[in-house]
Design a protein around this ligand. Structure first.
Ligand code: FES
Ligand SMILES: [Fe+2]
Length: 357
């Protein structure tokens, strides 16, 4: 397999990750095991389980995970795979109650993942409920979000988030209120979507006609941090233009290794997470937040969601084309624009540093 990638080359001489990183099952499995099972992964909003006795489920790499809030208000995260015959204990996205009940044969677990009841299990030898708790994971909150790590030696969460917390203060994200989640399924490797996000605005004028002129190409800037990056653009207002009515201020586009993106505008935040589903398939979650959620602002919100959807359709279309191109025998990798694509190279470097193929 031709996966050689030199992450020490200067940007001027660097090449992107070889196409087999995007098309081979081996690379996909390695990423799940060495990145998605190792890093802190965004799993949702803490307000979803603000009430004691509530839970949500999420996908972390190959693992289905439950995050609960117990009746003392503490958070817990554990495996969502039943210790009996491996059915999902919780099949819904969210729920509530003091017990989690597996739908298959009715075993129940408490909110800390301890096995509590096992119908018709008398006489089974060498079986103790206390040895059959659901394996526990690490859980943390940051701002309005929940994160889970399957690995106790995950990269420092605080270090990773410090630049975001420092630079995003003018947006007052604590005042942003969640309004809507939209999900898209894409026929491409998860990295194709991230690459598209991290090209420093290179594709704006060609792919997104409605954004050209609103996001001033020449004033687009990128900054790299240890495991995140920031792209900024002072947005321009265009008379009578729908996009510039709903995208204002100096936009910040954050990427946090490996798969989380946070877009900040005046009064608007949208959080995107890419979930790898197969080597050539991923799901993208968009959570939209607004500072003003009053009825008077509903037109602004609707228009803003419409703009995001249109941009996503354009990005999705090109990402799916790129995935087809990556399967060509005549393409291996390509160079980076020095003025635009340092953020994409930074992503490839971090990934190659983390994944041993
Ligand atoms: S698989 Fe859960 S009770 Fe049987
Ligand atoms: Fe785009």
């Amino acid at each position: 397999m031709d996966t050689h990638f030199d992450r020490y080359l200067p940007l001027e001489r660097a090449q992107s990750l070889p196409s087999q990183w995007y098309t081979s099952q081996k690379a996909f499995e390695a990423e799940l095991a060495q990145v998605f099972s190792k890093e802190w992964m965004w799993v949702g909003r803490s307000e979803e389980i603000s009430k004691p006795g509530t839970w949500i489920t999420a996908q972390v790499g190959k693992e289905s995970v439950v995050v609960t809030r117990d009746f003392e208000g503490n958070l817990h995260a554990f495996s969502n795979v039943c210790r009996h015959r491996a059915a999902k204990v919780c099949r819904a996205h969210r729920g509530e109650g003091s017990r989690l009940r597996c739908q298959y044969h009715g075993w129940t677990y408490d909110l800390e993942g301890h096995l509590k009841t096992t119908p018709e299990f008398e006489g089974v030898e060498n079986f103790k409920k206390e040895d059959n708790s659901l394996p526990r994971f690490h859980v943390k909150t940051l701002g309005p979000w929940l994160f889970v790590s399957l690995n106790k030696d995950a990269r420092s969460f605080e270090d990773q988030w410090a630049p975001f917390l420092r630079e995003s203060t003018p947006f007052q994200i604590e005042k942003m209120q969640f309004v809507k989640r939209v999900e898209y399924s894409l026929h491409c490797n998860w990295k194709v979507f991230i690459d598209n996000y991290l090209d420093g605005g290179y594709h704006i004028n060609t792919l997104h006609p409605a954004l050209a002129g609103v996001i001033p190409y020449s004033e687009y800037r990128s900054e790299l941090f240890s495991c995140s990056s920031l792209q900024t653009a002072p947005l321009k207002s265009k008379e009578g233009d729908g996009v510039s009515q709903v995208r204002k201020g100096t936009a910040q586009y954050w990427w946090l290794f490996p798969n989380l993106m946070i877009n900040l505008y005046d009064g608007v935040m949208d959080v995107n997470m890419v979930i790898p589903e197969a080597v050539d398939r991923c799901r993208v979650i968009f959570d939209f937040y607004f500072q003003d959620v009053s009825q008077e602002n509903s037109r602004f919100i609707d228009e803003s969601l419409k703009v995001a959807h249109q941009v996503q359709l354009e990005d999705q279309d090109i990402c799916e084309e790129v995935q087809k191109g990556l399967q060509s025998a005549y393409y291996r990798s390509g160079p980076f624009s020095v003025s635009r694509e340092k953020t994409a190279y930074h992503f490839h470097q971090l990934l190659a540093e983390t994944v041993n193929l």
